[in-house]
Ligand binder design. Structure first.
Ligand code: CO8
Length: 253
């Protein structure tokens, strides 16, 4: 249900349930979590790109799979709880989004570090129309990303947002022509993967902190990890290369 390929230090994960518009079912989730665990442990991998196809990034959790489950069964299985493994994985993740990113698909996109979307992409949290609500972080991550009023609008009306509105709201980082989505995401991933791994890791952790702690705590965390990076060979290489007017070659430590 997913295809994993490698291009140098970049790993591409493509959701592959085209007939169901890449609806996220348990089997797909299990494959995705296993792949991300493996890629996370692979020192050669510097960045992940997650994509779907032209029609859909993912049209949500699989409604057919969920429809018959009771609250007890949902809770006993901690249904979709394992997606947190994806969200917490330590490699940078870029969502390359064409078509629909709805419900769990929009939530999956928001679990990534940032999204590059095509002009024809559509975003939404339509769970309210099904008599339920977002369950893989949608209420929390969207409110933090685009603010309370916009998140309320999206979750309570279930309407779709187009790419221009998503860019303006801050839901996605870039909007590009549809055919440029994957090339631009791969290029961004190559750039990120070429930088110092400790620097990239700590930048992600520091920005992640901004969503969790007070400003004072976050600033202290940032300053401490900034100081810590001066212990790395990559810092010495990066600054020496600048002063010597040459390209830096990071070792990744
Ligand atoms: N689940 C299962 N199947 C789906 C889904 C889905 N989310 N979305 C589309 N499909 C299937 C359709 O059933 C259809 O199958 P078939 O050909 O066998 O009838 C096929 O994909 C193509 O879809 P459509 O014919 O509907 O295509 P359209 O172009 O007419 O419409 C839409 C595209 C607008 C995207 C439409 O398919 C749609 O509205 N899909 C549902 C979107 C939705 O409601 N998503 C939210 C799902 S709920 C959710 O994500 C909750 C997450 C939290 C769970 C946490 C649990 C703890």
């Amino acid at each position: 249900m997913i295809e994993v390929s490698r291009e140098g230090a970049v790993a591409l994960i493509r959701l592959n349930r085209p007939k169901q518009l890449n609806a996220l079912n348990s089997a797909l989730a299990a494959q995705m979590i296993a792949a991300v665990r493996e890629l996370d442990a692979d020192v050669e991998v510097g960045c992940l790109v997650i994509t779907g196809n032209e029609r859909a990034f993912a049209a949500g959790a699989d409604i057919a799979e969920m429809a018959g489950l009771s609250a007890q069964e949902m809770a006993a299985q901690d249904f979709f709880g394992e997606w947190e493994v994806f969200a917490r994985s330590r490699k940078p993740k870029i969502a390359a989004v064409n078509g629909y990113a709805l419900g769990g698909g929009c939530e999956l996109m928001m679990m990534c570090d940032f999204a590059i979307a095509g002009q024809g992409a559509k975003f939404g949290q339509p769970e309210v129309k099904l008599g339920v609500m977002a369950g893989i972080g949608g209420t929390q991550r969207m409110a933090r990303l685009i603010g309370r009023a916009r998140a309320m609008d999206m979750h309570l009306t279930g309407r779709m947002m187009d790419a221009a509105e998503a860019l303006q709201a801050g839901l996605v980082a870039r909007v590009v022509p549809d055919t440029e989505v994957l090339p631009q995401a791969m290029e961004a991933a190559r750039v990120i993967a070429s930088y110092s791994r400790p620097a990239v890791r700590l930048i992600r952790e520091a920005i992640g902190r901004a969503e969790e702690v007070s400003l004072a705590e976050g600033l202290l965390f940032e300053r401490r990890v900034f100081h810590g990076l001066f212990g790395t060979p990559d810092q010495q290489e990066g600054m020496a290369a600048f002063l010597e007017k040459r390209a830096a070659v990071f070792r990744g430590d």
